[in-house]
Design a protein around this ligand. Structure first.
Ligand SMILES: C[S@@+](CC[C@H](N)C(=O)[O-])C[C@H]1O[C@@H](n2cnc3c(N)ncnc32)[C@H](O)[C@@H]1O
Length: 424
């Protein structure tokens, strides 16, 4: 036994470790006072404060640090250095695991939203309602309906006041059926696109894409255009019109093209922001029938026409001062130059091409929302995401004079988007 007797000059709340081999004092962890004997301490224990753990290095050398307070002031402390201490140490931890639980419980808000859409909860809650009344209206179990509504309120989709629930402004704007900005069908469709990643992730990671290739969820393009029309007029079309209106060329534009326009509401909004410009919506022949319906709905038959075709082989028209293309070039990612060349040829000298598309950064690990929303499509064999700068480089390659790229303002369905503005 090698017992060392040292005088400690403690300060209340301070910690001191004396290493008898080096003679140096070091900072360390506090030994639990109820284990001090086991650790080899002897002498005066009065005034020792409990601490959480012994660190590994302390256990290995048999050294302990103690906090001594008031009554222990000036008392001696014996430290036995030969015997290994029997105490188990806890690991040192610096990050918090909050992020893990936040990810895990993120599945619940998504399910709450989709279920409330399915049960048409928001369509009933434009006015305040009790849980019992809502349960009756949607044919639900009263007790669980209340818990469900509380959870929706916890996730800021509803307000609850005096036991009655009503929509938040976001729910009112986008989740009440029948409104032109109703996004319930869009969100349900997005959930279908995500389903392979949610239900079959292990198999997709282990076995690769299904032999059939391509996303397991796909609906006909015209139906997709119908569903996505509300997404266009729930803010995207207005943002596009504001963006294009600010271009210096805008006042002098005479003719524009919305390429792969889907429902065409973005092209319509840009046309409507100008006193005289005429517009063309180009998409697949069956999709432009949907565009035509919206052209009539917004009474723009005099100024907007459609062309149906496949833009990778059919003429897209010419004499344009602006070609707008959003969320469309992705489908031609592997073969971008030919379509950009077609756009370039269709523009007048001084014409502008504006591309609105997602692109990935940080070695294709950001933006997170984009990665999450497109994961299922990628895993099932359709990696549509551009690298940062990919479109701009193609624009310069095919002969555009300049390209300005920047992040789009406002909210976008799959997260941040890059706008590339190319001038001929
Ligand atoms: C994701 S949607 C985007 C619609 C719209 N631009 C928007 O921002 O909401 C892509 C559209 O491009 C059209 N599209 C893709 N490839 C096409 C092609 N080769 N010829 C014609 N249209 C095409 C699709 O039919 C679809 O309407």
């Amino acid at each position: 036994m090698n017992w060392v007797k040292r005088a400690i000059q403690p300060r209340l709340g301070s910690t001191t470790l004396w290493d008898p081999r080096t003679g140096r004092r070091q900072r360390g962890y506090v030994l639990r006072s109820d284990r001090s004997e086991e650790a080899g301490f002897a002498g005066e224990h009065e005034g020792l404060q409990a601490g959480p753990a012994m660190p590994a290095w302390s256990r290995a050398t048999g050294l302990c640090r103690m906090v001594l307070g008031g009554p222990a002031q000036g008392k001696h402390l014996l430290v036995r250095t030969r015997r290994r201490l029997a105490l188990k140490n806890l690991p040192r931890v610096s990050p918090s695991f909050d992020g893990l639980t936040r990810i895990l419980y993120g599945a619940i808000p998504a399910k709450l939203l989709l279920t409330a859409i399915e049960l048409k909860v928001f369509s009933h809650l434009t006015e305040p309602m009790s849980a019992e009344s809502l349960a009756r209206a949607i044919g639900a179990h009263p007790g669980n309906a209340r818990l469900f509504l509380d959870a929706l309120a916890a996730n800021e989709l509803l307000y609850k006041r005096d036991g009655r629930y009503r929509n938040t402004p976001v729910a009112n704007a986008f989740l009440v059926e029948g409104r032109p900005t109703y996004l319930g069908d869009v969100l349900a469709d997005d959930a279908e696109w995500m389903r392979p990643a949610l239900e079959g992730l292990t198999a997709l990671v282990k076995d690769g894409p299904p032999p059939s290739g391509g996303p397991s969820h796909s609906i006909p393009w015209p139906q997709e255009a119908e569903i996505r029309a509300n997404e266009q007029r729930a803010g995207r079309a207005q943002q596009a019109a504001a963006l294009i209106s600010r271009l210096p060329e805008f006042p002098h534009m005479k003719k524009l093209l919305d390429l792969g326009g889907g429902a065409g509401l973005i092209g319509l909004a840009i046309v409507a922001a100008h006193p005289t410009v005429i517009g063309v919506v180009f998409d697949r022949p069956e999709v432009v029938k949907v565009s035509q319906r919206f052209i009539r709905e917004y009474d723009l038959q005099e100024r907007v026409t459609v062309i149906g075709g496949d833009f990778s082989q059919d003429p897209i028209g010419d004499g344009y001062d602006l070609v707008w293309t959003s969320y469309t070039l992705n489908f031609h990612r592997g073969n971008l130059d030919p379509i950009i060349r077609t756009i370039h040829a269709a523009l007048n000298p001084g014409g502008v091409c504006v591309s609105f598309a997602e692109s990935l950064t940080d070695e294709r690990t950001k933006p997170t929302m984009m990665i999450n929303s497109m994961l299922a499509v990628g895993l099932t064999g359709g990696d549509l995401m551009f690298d940062e700068g990919e479109i701009a480089q193609a624009m310069l390659r095919v002969g555009f004079r300049s390209v300005h790229s920047r992040a789009a303002e406002g909210s976008q369905p799959h997260g941040p988007v890059i706008i590339d503005i190319a001038r001929k």
